[in-house]
Write a protein that binds this ligand. Structure first.
Ligand code: NAP
Length: 284
């Protein structure tokens, strides 16, 4: 068997085109143009690259860019004042604080300043609570992107056994909640899980989000299963994931490549959340 590759680039391009249409419709109906405030502290090169691509995608879909760049030595007080200012700015529909922050800053306290209605990364405690209660709210971008990919490839979720490797607040936990809400049976594994392969081999859908390069090999996968690789690792040979692609593509039914799988979906879902947040302010 050779797995069907799940093309995140193409799916993300479709989501971004839908976002551009929604932005244009909103501007026509209400004169509101969605705006994204990215807040970057310091000079981490990878963070600069991520923020630049988010800003570019935001402008390309017709939204306004309200970027704020603060120096590495910014105090917690000044960071929170910047977030508060964006929170009060009617031109800003969504706020994203780029993580990680420099170590002297408290990222939980900073993120807690973002009002739930502008939390387009879906990472505040309020957004996590709304998700766990099944209530309307903005969902974290990478987990939402995984669900969008599964839906696009018509992978059935109701009744499916999904095994997620990783329980972070950013990926594993919210993904588990999203899939539970879609009536999947969800198992979440982590670093203390014993005999990992015994769990993962039961999966109809296996999602690797451990941040361990090549963790998932052929022995972890039931033949024909769908395998989603959230991991991203920079190597001298280029990007790779948590899944050993060469082994697993011979066993899986569907598989996301790295790069070009989950990665492009994250920014697409950020844009989608931003236009959703702008809609909510109009209908209030
Ligand atoms: P994280 O916060 O480090 O969490 C990793 C999780 O994996 C933890 O729950 C950890 O367990 C578990 N884990 C670690 N080693 C394990 C092992 N050997 N067996 C089973 N579970 C193990 O990482 P994250 O932020 O969720 O990110 C995970 C990966 O996704 C990273 O490679 C990251 O770069 C990537 N990522 C990609 C995107 C994207 O857009 N594609 C977005 C976000 C993250 P414990 O809880 O027990 O420590």
């Amino acid at each position: 068997m050779t797995a069907t590759l799940m093309d995140g680039k193409t799916v993300a391009a479709r989501v971004r085109a839908d976002v551009a249409t929604r932005v244009a419709e909103l501007a026509e109906q209400s004169a509101v143009r969605p705006g994204l405030a990215t807040i970057l502290v310091g000079d981490d090169p990878a963070s600069h690259v991520y923020v630049a691509s988010k800003r570019k995608a935001c402008v390309a879909s017709g939204m306004t860019d309200h970027h704020r760049h603060l120096p590495a030595e910014t105090t917690q007080h000044d960071l929170e004042a910047t977030i508060d200012e964006a929170a009060d700015d009617p031109a800003v529909s969504g706020i994203l604080v780029q993580l990680p922050l420099p170590p002297h800053l408290d990222s939980d306290a900073a993120i807690a300043r973002i009002p739930a209605g502008k939390d387009v990364d879906g990472l505040t405690t309020v957004s996590a609570g709304l998700l766990s209660r099944g209530q309307i709210g903005l969902r974290p971008c990478t987990p939402a992107g995984v669900v969008e990919l599964l839906d696009t490839y018509s992978i059935p979720l109701a009744g499916a056994h999904v095994v997620i490797v990783g329980r972070s607040a950013l990926v594993g936990r919210p993904l588990g909640q999203l899939l539970l809400a879609r009536d999947a049976t969800v198992t979440i594994c982590h670093s203390k899980t014993q005999r990992l392969a015994e769990h993962t081999r039961q999966a109809d859908i296996l999602i690797a989000a451990a941040g361990v390069r090549g963790l998932i090999g052929a022995e972890h996968v039931r033949p024909g299963a769908t395998v989603i690789d959230v991991g991203i690792h920079r190597t001298p040979e280029g990007l790779c994931g948590d899944v050993d692609f060469d082994q697993v593509h011979r066993v899986a039914g569907h598989l996301t490549p790295v790069p070009g799988g989950v990665g492009p979906m994250t920014i697409a879902m950020l844009l989608s959340n931003t236009v959703t947040a702008a809609h909510a302010t109009v209908s209030r």
